[in-house]
Design a protein. Structure first.
Length: 418
């Protein structure tokens, strides 16, 4: 008969329990718990297993977190399968597994024969009725674990389980605080960057407006001099480039007004929708090199009689921005479609592309300022869609996005019917 645990074992248990209570690092704590259990019981080998609560299957939820004279990979080896069944039994029954002479049992397992195991002791770790893991111990000595040790061991394991849970909660709290700090730092950096960007946009747009006006007047005067066909083509190209520059400055000026919470200047009037869209289609295509224009076929499916109530110049900005984005993000040779229909007192306009689509988690922020639809690889200020939404809201309209990765995007606009 194995000797009973000596009276000093109780004192040792108290000392060990007190020592593990002071350890907050989970890995260090688990290793100390296992070393104490091995020393306390006289086991030759052992490990601590924690359960991954995110995994439903018990077989897949076992995570070896500390080992003593074993390899953490043994749990996955074929020879260890019978002992794994004992482990799963302890988890499912939520009670101890105690095998005192496993080698002499009928049909001993391969792992028992391979390691010459006789004594196996598995003690579940439970905190507030919740099973969080177990301690596995074994030995080649028959009846290695005495009745006295087994009587005291549950108290030690219960204390160990509380310490493990406390360490987990502290770790989660620390990670949450770190994440909160990272978010606060990122938020402050974004605020500083946004303020600097806003100041640049405001200064640049006002400084550019004057020179662009001079260029516009200059082109007008040159046209009155009856230029040759070649010179006229150069003036047409200059005028197109000037129009794009003026549109960009107008975008920046609108951004400045919105950032300063000033109302945008609008001159609402009935607008023939098809004509306005076709004009913007041609303007967007004119920005492409001539040999690339055929790569971006744009179909306009808009009834000629449809009219909307809005500011013509602002609608040009809206349609121009959406068409430019569709061209930018669509692979060459894929269709882009603009279609419209009446819907009661509203007109619904859809700009449909065949681009890479936008992930659901990115969509909620897409209409915020300084946010782009891509992952940051293309050029752009990230102001376009923010201004589009603001312009539409000023005209009593709205915009929404329908998109899935790999399936393109549809921007759906609603405007007041004229």
């Amino acid at each position: 008969m194995a000797p009973e645990a000596p009276p000093e074992a109780v004192v040792r248990l108290i000392e060990v329990s007190r020592s593990i209570t002071a350890v907050l690092d989970q890995d260090e704590l688990l290793q100390k718990i296992l070393a104490s259990a091995v020393l306390f019981t006289g086991a030759e080998r052992g490990f601590v297993i924690l359960i991954d609560s995110r995994v439903k299957s018990p077989e897949e939820s076992l995570r070896v977190k500390a080992v003593h004279r074993m390899d953490a990979t043994e749990l996955d080896e074929e020879e260890f399968t019978p002992s794994k069944k004992s482990i799963l039994h302890a988890l499912r029954a939520r009670q101890r597994v105690d095998r005192q002479n496993a080698l002499d049992e009928a049909d001993p397992s391969r792992s028992v024969e391979l390691y010459g195991l006789r004594s196996i002791l598995i003690e579940p770790m439970i905190v507030q009725e919740r099973l969080i893991g177990l301690i596995y111990l074994d030995s080649r000595i028959t009846s290695r674990f005495s009745a006295g040790h087994k009587e005291i061991l549950p108290s030690f394991v219960a204390q160990a389980a509380i310490c493990v849970e406390n360490a987990r909660l502290i770790h989660e709290r620390e990670e949450a605080l770190k994440e909160q700090h990272r978010e606060q730092v990122h938020s402050r950096e974004m605020e500083a960057w946004s303020a600097a960007m806003s100041a640049f946009v405001s200064i640049a747009s006002h400084d550019l407006k004057g020179p662009l006006t001079v260029l516009k007047n200059g082109i007008f005067l040159l046209r009155r001099l009856s230029p040759s066909p070649d010179a006229l083509q150069v003036l047409d190209d200059m005028e197109g480039s000037l129009k794009r520059a003026i549109r960009l400055v107008e975008t920046y000026l609108d951004a400045t007004a919105l950032l300063e919470e000033r109302a945008l200047e609008l001159s609402p009037t009935p607008v023939e929708l098809k004509s306005a869209i076709e004009q913007e289609v041609e303007f967007s295509r004119s920005k492409l090199a001539e040999n690339r224009r055929a790569l971006y076929p744009i179909t306009v499916e808009v009834p000629g009689e449809l009219k909307v109530h809005g500011d013509p110049n602002r609608l040009e900005q809206v349609f121009g921005n959406l068409l430019d984005n569709a061209i930018k993000y669509s692979p060459g040779g894929t269709p882009i479609t603009v279609r419209a229909r009446a819907d009661g007192d509203e007109v619904v306009v859809e700009v449909i592309d065949s681009g890479p689509g936008i992930a659901p988690e990115r969509q909620p922020r897409l209409f915020e300022r300084f946010v782009r639809g891509d992952t940051g690889t293309s050029k752009g200020t990230g102001l376009g869609l923010w201004i589009v939404r603001s312009l539409l809201a000023s005209m009593g309209g709205s915009i929404e996005l329908e998109s899935q990765p790999g399936q393109g995007s549809t921007f759906r606009i609603r405007l007041k019917k004229a």
